[in-house]
Design a protein around this ligand. Structure first.
Ligand SMILES: [Fe+2]
Length: 309
């Protein structure tokens, strides 16, 4: 049984919550198999060479949209066993309150390093947040592919939401689990690359908002089994290491917005604990947005290095 009080206390302190395996495993496996069959993940889904990418690829609109160009809708996937299940609804309501809105849902593929063509590894080396989608052929781009992802925030435009994640695979250390920096949402929106320095104590970081505030935060990995649901605050720092297994992990990601009138939900209450802005929308003179210092004005990813690999 979920204890609302405990969930609220934990979420406000740490900015995430792990609900455990609350979905039907057999239905999750069935869904995963359908995705695997229709959207295989192997070297042949990539452009063969950098030259092919330059000729036919693009650096804009390469990720699944809310409804358009999204494999969940293109494959007509039935997700009622998730969205209409009492367990899922109660989990979501325990964080964002009732009358929530599913703003976006997408299929996430963590692509093992081994499955990337060498030319893609060369392009993405030392890029902090290498989105792999640009290098994938258009017919497969309705799934979101990732390599490693440096610590970042999901909520970058000021619109409030919580990210809910569902594992459709068993996720162990080598499978690139999500890593979360506990409590980091409390500094609000800060620019990427975020100002993080490793502590001498393993799994701890110091995080600065560059306004004199520093926090010591613990890095927590979310391991789990098929059917696990967990969520994190849109402003929490999170990321994944390189996928060193042979298995391209499949997860579902839901971005869920609250009914902002439900001010007593843990998520709405969390904004009282934030001591910065909830959006950083300054644009620099060179055309780069302050929030994404790793993107040039033409959409190219800049090499910044990464805090996690
Ligand atoms: Fe993210």
């Amino acid at each position: 049984m979920l204890s609302k009080k405990n969930i609220e206390k934990f979420f406000l302190k740490n900015g995430y919550y792990d609900f455990g395996n609350i979905l039907e495993k057999s239905k999750c496996t069935k869904l995963k198999n359908i995705i695997d069959e229709n959207r295989p993940c192997n070297k042949s889904i990539f452009f063969k060479t950098k030259k092919d990418f330059k000729k036919s690829g693009r650096l804009k609109n390469y990720s699944p949209g809310e409804k358009e160009f999204n494999a969940i809708f293109n494959l007509n996937l039935n997700l009622k066993f998730i969205e209409n299940s009492k367990n899922f609804q109660k989990a979501v309501e325990s964080i964002v309150g009732q009358n929530y809105t599913i703003k976006k849902k997408s299929i996430i593929r963590s692509v093992p390093k081994k499955l990337h063509p060498q030319w893609v590894l060369d392009v993405t080396e030392n890029v902090g947040r290498p989105n792999v989608n640009p290098y994938i052929k258009k017919e497969y781009q309705d799934v979101q592919y990732f390599q490693n992802i440096d610590f970042h925030q999901d909520m970058t435009r000021g619109k409030k939401f919580v990210t809910f994640y569902i594992y459709l695979d068993e996720v162990k250390k080598k499978d690139s689990p999500l890593n979360i920096l506990q409590g980091s949402y409390k500094f609000g929106a800060t620019h990427y690359p975020h100002y993080l320095r490793p502590s001498s104590e393993s799994d701890y970081w110091y995080y600065s908002d560059l306004k004199k505030n520093h926090m010591k935060t613990k890095e927590v990995s979310i391991f789990g089994n098929i059917g696990k649901v967990f969520c994190f605050h849109g402003l929490i720092l999170h990321g994944t290491k390189l996928n060193l297994s042979v298995k391209p992990r499949i997860s579902l990601r839901y971005l869920i917005s609250p009914d902002e009138k439900k001010i007593k939900s843990p998520f709405m209450k969390s904004f009282k604990f934030i001591n910065g802005k909830i959006v950083e929308n300054k644009k620099l003179k060179n055309g780069i947005y302050f929030q994404r210092l790793d993107r040039s004005a033409d959409g190219n990813f800049l090499k910044t290095g990464s805090s996690i690999l």
